[in-house]
Design a protein around this ligand. Structure first.
Ligand code: 5AD
Ligand code: SF4
Length: 435
């Protein structure tokens, strides 16, 4: 029997990349590859990259630099770059780093086996097309391996919104939804393999139209699958929250009370310049409707500080919006110029100003996050256990609201979903006891 070849994948960026990396590993399994945790003994290194902010691309180049030694010791080692940097800068990567053998954009992963064969044959392989076919349908050669209790499932890709700061419409292309029957088949398969919680992924997931009733229609179908206990979805645009999706937060038990709904900024002037197509007030009204459907909903968001032309007053509007919403969690970023996007051409805010605003914004968000987490103490909440904790006898899982919860109890297994009384709130997690 021939020795299996070893594949090392390093994943950057969003959850969709995590999902894509799993699919690529499975496809390469069909080519005789097994995954390894270290680049040192790999026959192929694949970087699954992110292009959303500047630093992300720079990290890729410095990571590639680190493999120079390995490549000169073992010329047979193949190095590939996948993901959004590959899509945006494919040829540039090949020029800047001649040791790269293979470049593959996110819409061409089903062609990876052919590209690998080409690279093995000593040629350079590059594919950054936007083909018509559903790559996931062709990436299906999966062993029926057992899975952990939680999984991502990509249902939608790309985006037609063209926010003025964002590269996604260029790197991931136009909005495409996978047909509901394919998603349902994949979901049933995952549940058979041990998955209890699914997070539906898409760059603009609530624009999903692979079901005639949109994302809510898909969620209601998924909720009928026995053994699937929890459904989440990320990431959404406020303008695509339709009535049925809002209602589903109230009437679909399996849909968890946690919603990531980025607003980016709280100033109408900046929202307009960002091409977000809604005002701060419209966002706040939407939150009200969601909370009317599900009063205990935890909200999460993304924020950008230092967007071109953002003044101190604009920034204060963002702080005021955050005060009004009370977020359970949030992600915040300094604006980063992305070549080819409209905002990159505009007058920029100074780095010092961006640093100062980010610090103030994060201090406020951390306070809110901590307050909501502390308010969990004394409450009972569902926890889906995922793995052993650091202390003996301890298991860690996620609450319905996505808090990490530690529980010490005999006999708990990954995949158990149990009611837990929260007894303590620490810096990043909760402690609880079984009820
Ligand atoms: N600069 C800073 N943050 C950005 N994001 C997207 N593009 C940029 C950029 N150019 C953030 C947005 C988005 C999240 C995924 O990344 O907040 O919601
Ligand atoms: Fe980017 Fe999201 Fe805006 Fe689409 S909706 S352009 S993915 S920030």
């Amino acid at each position: 029997m021939t020795q299996p070849k070893k594949l090392f994948i390093k994943t950057y960026g969003c959850q969709m990349n995590v999902y894509d990396s799993e699919r690529m590993a499975e496809a390469m399994g069909g080519q005789g590859y097994v995954q390894t945790d270290s680049p040192d003994d790999a026959d192929m290194i694949l970087l699954n990259t992110c292009h959303i902010r500047e630093k992300a691309a720079e990290k890729v180049y410095s990571e590639l630099g680190r493999y120079k030694g390995l490549k000169s010791e073992r010329p047979d080692l193949k190095i590939g770059v996948a993901g959004c940097v590959a899509q945006a800068e494919g040829e540039e990567i090949m020029r800047r780093q001649p040791m790269v053998d293979l470049v593959v954009g996110p819409q061409s992963y089903h062609r990876l086996p052919e590209l690998e064969a080409k690279a093995r044959g000593g040629e350079k392989a590059l594919d950054t097309d936007f083909p018509e076919e559903d790559k996931f349908e062709r990436l299906k050669s999966r062993p029926k391996a057992k899975r952990g209790p939680t999984a991502f499932l990509t249902v939608q890709e790309g985006c037609d919104k063209f926010c003025a700061f964002c590269v996604v419409p260029y790197t991931r292309g136009a909005e495409v939804s996978r047909p509901a029957d394919r998603v349902l088949t994949e979901a049933r398969d995952l549940v058979e393999r041990g998955v209890r919680e699914l997070t539906l992924l898409g760059q603009n997931v609530n624009a999903y139209h692979g079901h005639d009733r949109g994302l809510a229609g898909l969620i209601r179908e998924l909720a009928k699958i026995d053994g699937l206990e929890r459904i989440r979805f990320t990431t959404s645009h406020p303008n695509d929250m339709d009535d049925d999706l809002i209602a589903a937060h109230g009437d679909c038990d399996k849909l968890m009370p946690y919603l990531h709904l980025p607003v980016q900024a709280g100033s109408d002037r900046i929202l307009k310049r960002m091409n977000r197509q809604h005002t701060a007030e419209q966002y706040l009204r939407l939150i009200e409707r969601l909370r009317a459907a599900r009063p205990d909903l935890h909200l999460s968001g993304d924020f950008i500080v230092g967007f071109p032309e953002e003044t101190e007053e604009d920034f204060r509007d963002t702080m005021a919006l955050i005060e009004a919403v009370q977020y359970g969690s949030a992600f915040s970023f300094k604006y980063s110029e992305r070549p080819g996007t409209p905002a990159a051409e505009r007058p920029q805010v100074s780095e010092a100003e961006k640093d100062d605003r980010l610090q103030r914004l994060q201090a406020l968000l951390t306070r809110q996050q901590r307050a909501l987490q502390d308010a969990m103490v004394g409450r009972d909440v569902g926890v889906l256990f995922e793995k052993a904790g650091r202390l003996p006898g301890q298991m860690v899982g996620k609450s319905d609201y996505l808090h990490a919860v530690h529980v010490a109890a005999e006999g708990l297994q990954p995949g158990d979903l149990r009611p837990v009384r929260i007894v303590e709130s620490g810096p990043n997690s909760l402690k609880g006891v079984l009820v």
